[in-house]
Design a binder for this molecule. Structure first.
Ligand code: NDP
Length: 292
């Protein structure tokens, strides 16, 4: 069994971007600028946005964090997005999800200028992804593809089972794995909470991507020997032995499943760091596509 180490691969991606940024700077060209919008005080969202802003600093990108109150109206938030759309200095806009219940995620995502949609959630980006046209790829599936590429994992003709069909992880993951690319060219089964015989389907998988949000959901009896297992799940579970009061759990029962795998991602330190690295790649591309 080999670990797919997201920390190592994301560091390599960030090092490459840092070098690219220093070349842009030396050439007097525009430096990528990411604007992150955080609504309310959700602890997990604060952590994610904080990591994204910190990574921008590490690489040499410009970043702006816009904090808005939990009770901001949808219209006011849409106005903020419009200002960022019009701001020539801003290359990428991300709105940290989930948003408060009184605000429509769809409306806010659609309001983002598609040329600044570095999260890759805009219908234009998703439409291009489905058609195989270069576009911003949602950061988590993009990060997983970068990791598969880095470890030269043979995906061609393999049966990939994606568990979870969200618009931000499972569904785009299934599209990427089924595309005529390398990595890609898998035969994909996309599963969800209404899927019958999930255990049997998973047992036939060469590659499993678990994006469910239920700790330890994928157990050893669902995984065949030699499978590649990618664990996207991040759930905070109460843990009184930790000073912060919780630990992070993936969707895969790592201890039991890992010995059966050819490759597996740990949680934390697997998909999470790759998501941020992929977001940075999208932001770099948003800038250079417009200004280079
Ligand atoms: P969602 O809640 O949007 O989607 C969960 C999916 O899991 C749904 O499609 C749901 O099916 C499916 N599901 C739920 N129960 C079952 C079941 N018993 N059998 C099969 N499928 C089931 O979650 P996200 O996709 O946003 O996130 C998934 C996990 O990944 C979360 O833990 C999240 O925190 C994490 N995550 C991690 C990231 C990272 O960077 N590592 C980035 C983004 C998310 P249905 O559609 O039928 O309801």
């Amino acid at each position: 069994m080999q670990l797919l180490d997201g920390k190592v691969v994301s560091q390599a991606t960030k090092d490459e971007l840092r070098l690219n940024v220093s070349q842009l700077r030396s050439a007097g060209k525009k430096i990528p600028h990411l604007a992150a919008v955080l609504v309310g005080n959700n602890g997990a969202s604060e952590t994610y946005v904080g990591s994204k802003v910190k990574t921008c600093e590490e690489i040499g990108f410009k970043s702006t964090l816009i904090r808005l109150p939990e009770d901001i109206s949808e219209n006011k938030l849409l106005q903020v997005i419009e200002e960022l759309n019009l701001d020539q200095d801003v290359d990428g806009i991300l709105v940290q999800l989930p948003l408060p219940k009184h605000i429509s995620d769809e409306k806010v995502i659609e309001a983002i200028d598609a040329s600044k949609d570095v999260d890759g959630f805009h219908p234009i980006s998703i439409g291009k992804l489905v058609q195989g046209i270069p576009s911003f790829i949602p950061a988590t599936p993009y990060g997983i593809m970068l990791m598969l590429e880095h470890y030269k994992i043979d995906t061609k003709g393999k049966h990939a089972v994606v568990v979870g069909r969200s618009n931000i992880v499972g569904r785009p993951m299934s599209i990427l794995l089924s595309a005529n690319t390398n990595p890609g060219n898998c035969t994909v089964t996309l599963t969800h909470s209404h899927t019958h015989n999930l255990k049997e389907i998973c047992l036939s998988a060469d590659i499993i991507v678990a994006a469910i949000g239920k700790p330890n959901f994928i157990t050893a009896d669902m995984v065949k020997d030699g499978a590649v297992v990618i664990d996207v799940g991040i759930t905070r579970v109460e843990d009184t032995t930790k000073t912060r009061g919780y630990s992070i759990k993936g969707d895969v029962d790592f201890e039991q499943v890992a010995p059966k795998c050819s490759f597996i991602t740990p949680v934390p330190g697997g998909v999470g760091p790759m998501t941020i690295a992929a977001l940075m790649k999208n932001t770099y591309n948003a800038c250079t596509l417009k200004h280079d």
